[in-house]
Design a protein around this ligand. Structure first.
Ligand code: SF4
Length: 423
C-alpha cells in the first residue's frame, strides 16, 4: 500500500471520531482534499470539523471561504499546515470572544415539528431535585416535579436535549394517583417547580395535568408550586380558581434572542401580556432572565424589558426575578453541534466555569449587575437571585450573599410565602 493509500485508510478511520460525517457535502469534499495534502492528525481533524460546524451554524463565512485567504507566505509542509490551522483557530476564537451580532429576523425557518404525544405508566412519581443544580453553585434546592417529560419549544440552548433524545412528549397516565398519594411533612414548606423537564403551560390541561396540579396545591398549602413557562397558553389559569400558593413565572428574553434562539416559544409581547392577564386574575407572577445572552446590543435590549416590567407590574404582584446565563456541559455542546440548527448559541468563549462551560466571570458580572441595578425600585420588595451561579458573584452583584444553599432556600421560601399570603 502506498503512503497516500495508507493515509486514505487512516483518514476514513479518524473521521469516525469527529463530526466529519454530519458536515455538508461541500465541507466534506473540501476537508478531504486538504487532509490529502496536509495529512491531518486526529486532533487536527477534530478541531477543523468542529470549527467548520460552528461557522456554518453561526452563519459566518465558511471554512472554504476563509482558507483561501490565509497568508502562508513561503511556508510549505508542516509549517504551512501549522500556519493555516493557527489562522483558522484565531478567526474562530475572535468570533467567540467578540460580542455576537444577531440578524434581525422574523423567525428562523425550522423544519416542521413532528412531536408525538405519548402516555406512559411511570413506575414512580417524577419528584426530585433540580437536575442542573451543582455543589459548586449557590442553589435554591428546588424540588422538581416532572408532570410531563420533554419540551416542544426547541430552544437552541436547552439542556433538556441532552436528557431526552426523541421527538416524543411523555405524559404519565397515573400522574394524578401518584401525586395524590404523595405524603409531605405538614411542618415543612416545599418549593416545587414543574418547569424543569418541560414547559409548565405549553400543553394546557392535556390529560388533566393542570387539574391535578391545582388540586395538589389546594390540598397542600405548605407547598409553593411554581409553573414556569415561555408560552401564552394561560386559558386554564383564567378560567379556573387557582390556589394562592401557585405562582406562575415566565422566562423572558429579548425579541432578537427569541426570534433567533427560542424558535417555537411565544413572543416577548405575548409572554408579558399573558403574565399581565394572570396577575390581573390575582395570581402571583415572576420572571426569569435565564439565559441572559451577551450580544452586541444586549445592554439596551434587556434594559427595555426591565423597564417595561416595572411599568407594567407592581412589585406586590411579582414574587421573583432571577438571572442566569448560558452554562453547558460538554455533552450538551456536543448535542447542539450534532443538531446543527442555525444558531449562535455556541458563539461564546466557553470558559471553564465551576465545572461547566460559559462566559468569563467578568462578562457575567457585567450582565447581572446591569440587570439588578435596572430593577432598583424593586430591590426591597421582590426576591432576586442568581440561578446556577457561583456564590462569588452574589456579593458584587447584589451586595449580599447567603452563607449556604439552605440559607438561600429559606430566604426564598419566606419571600414567596409573604407574597402569596398577601393576596
Ligand atoms: S438556583 Fe437554579 S439551578 Fe439551582 S436549584 Fe434553583 S432552579 Fe436549580
Amino acid at each position: 500500500m502506498s503512503f497516500s493509500e495508507s493515509y486514505t485508510v487512516k483518514f476514513s478511520t479518524i473521521c469516525e471520531q469527529t463530526l466529519f460525517s454530519i458536515l455538508s457535502k461541500e465541507e466534506q469534499t473540501f476537508i478531504s482534499e486538504k487532509a490529502e495534502r496536509h495529512r491531518f492528525t486526529l486532533q487536527e481533524l477534530r478541531q477543523i470539523c468542529e470549527i467548520s460546524r460552528d461557522l456554518n451554524m453561526w452563519g459566518e463565512a465558511s471554512i472554504q471561504q476563509r482558507w483561501r485567504h490565509f497568508p502562508v507566505g513561503n511556508t510549505t509542509g508542516k509549517a504551512e499546515k501549522k500556519t493555516i490551522i493557527n489562522q483558522l483557530k484565531t478567526d474562530w476564537l475572535a468570533l467567540k470572544e467578540h460580542a455576537t451580532h444577531y440578524p434581525i429576523v422574523e423567525a428562523i425557518s425550522l423544519p416542521s415539528q413532528k412531536l408525538k404525544l405519548e402516555t406512559v405508566d411511570k413506575k414512580q412519581l417524577g419528584l426530585g431535585y433540580c437536575p442542573v443544580a451543582s455543589e459548586r453553585t449557590r442553589c435554591c434546592n428546588l424540588v422538581t416535579l416532572d408532570a410531563i417529560d420533554n419540551c416542544g419549544f426547541d430552544c437552541s440552548y436547552c439542556s433538556i436535549q441532552a436528557f431526552y433524545h426523541e421527538d416524543k412528549i411523555y405524559f404519565d397516565q397515573s400522574f394524578a394517583e401518584k401525586l395524590q398519594a404523595l405524603e409531605l411533612d405538614p411542618n415543612q414548606t416545599y418549593h416545587i417547580g414543574t418547569g424543569q423537564s418541560s414547559d409548565s403551560l405549553l400543553w394546557g390541561n392535556k390529560h388533566g395535568i393542570l387539574d391535578t396540579l391545582t388540586a395538589f396545591a389546594k390540598a397542600n398549602p405548605n407547598v409553593i408550586l411554581e409553573l414556569k413557562t415561555k408560552s401564552k397558553n394561560i386559558s386554564y389559569l383564567l378560567e379556573h380558581e387557582i390556589p394562592a400558593n401557585i405562582i406562575c413565572t415566565w422566562s423572558l428574553n429579548t425579541p432578537i434572542i427569541i426570534s433567533n434562539e427560542e424558535h417555537r416559544a411565544a413572543t416577548l409581547d405575548d409572554r408579558i401580556n399573558a403574565a399581565r392577564q394572570v396577575a390581573d386574575k390575582g395570581i402571583i407572577v415572576g420572571f426569569h432572565f435565564h439565559p441572559m445572552i451577551h450580544y452586541d446590543n444586549w445592554k439596551v435590549d434587556y434594559a427595555k424589558i426591565f423597564h417595561r416590567l416595572q411599568a407594567s407590574f407592581t412589585p406586590e404582584e411579582v414574587a421573583l426575578i432571577s438571572f442566569g446565563t448560558l452554562t453547558y456541559t460538554k455533552s450538551v455542546v456536543k448535542q447542539i453541534r450534532q443538531r446543527g440548527l442555525k444558531s449562535k448559541i455556541l458563539q461564546l468563549p466557553l470558559i471553564n466555569s465551576d465545572g461547566k462551560l460559559s462566559y468569563s466571570e467578568e462578562t457575567k458580572l457585567e450582565m447581572f449587575s446591569h440587570a439588578y441595578q435596572s430593577f432598583e425600585q424593586w430591590h426591597k420588595q421582590v426576591f432576586f437571585y442568581l440561578c446556577m451561579e457561583n456564590n462569588r458573584l452574589w456579593e458584587p452583584v447584589f451586595g449580599y450573599a447567603y452563607p449556604s444553599n439552605e440559607d438561600f432556600e429559606l430566604a426564598m421560601k419566606r419571600a414567596y410565602i409573604a407574597k402569596t399570603a398577601a393576596i
